[in-house]
Design a binder for this molecule. Sequence first.
Ligand code: HBI
Ligand code: FE
Length: 283
Amino acid sequence: MAETRENPTPGRDDHVIAQGWSRYTGEHHAIWRALFERQSRLLVGRASRQFLGGLEGLGVAAEAIPEFERLSDILEAATGWRIVAVPGLVPDDVFFRHLAGRRFPATNWIRKPEQMDYIQEPDVFHDVFGHVPLLMNPAFADYMAAYGKAGLAADAQGELHYLARLYWYTVEFGLMRSSGRLFIYGSGIVSSRAESVYCLESPIPARVAFDPMRVMRTAYKIDDLQAIYFVIERFEDLFRALDRDLAPCYAALGGKAELEPGRLIATDRLFGPNVTIDAKEVA
Ligand code: HBI
Ligand code: FE
């Protein structure tokens, strides 16, 4: 496993494989530990309390790549979700069917030492450290399952590109406002050293109040720091975005111009960057 990607078990159209935990080597665990220690230091005072609380509740720690079965038992008791191992990116319809069934597909292999700062595909660190902690939160867990259902419908309607933007700007790169400060909840951010600081403290990117139609009009960059982040007030904002018939929304979006990530519009409500503080003061 690890660098050698296993093929899905023949005959399994859900792409699920065994995690193969006993095959991780000391080197694999050491990469996990280095990433874990670096990110958990950076995220004190920057990540949302829901993320940090989820990490703690799951007992995800620096020592070793976690066993999916152990995490799944804790997660299932909290929100009904389980983790299934996959060999990497899976087709959209497979991905959505898992989410709709409250199964989070997590990649089982870990990046190489030379990929500590950037990796384009998800690995076990991104998937487990980045995504799984928020699945301990009931409101976020409901959003992810609703997203799976909406994804299946959008895919069938040929409108997936709009919904993919919603995933990108919420699940992967979302910010949340609490007590007048911005906090990270997006997994693409919490698993990235550079973006964990940049998204909150740099004067360069725009930070705009979350509006699902605005988000679905906005293109995104997959290979660079984001030019724009969307800011929610609470996870219920996300669930509400999907709790409607989306077909008329897609039809309305078809008549509007796509917005480049850096482009602002008159209706945008903007937030400034956080004033940089010593993270220890808010721990
Ligand atoms: N597969 N393993 C995996 N992880 C993902 O995040 C993922 C995927 N397949 C498709 C997919 N994401 C996209 O459809 C979403 O980003 C919208
Ligand atoms: Fe991800």
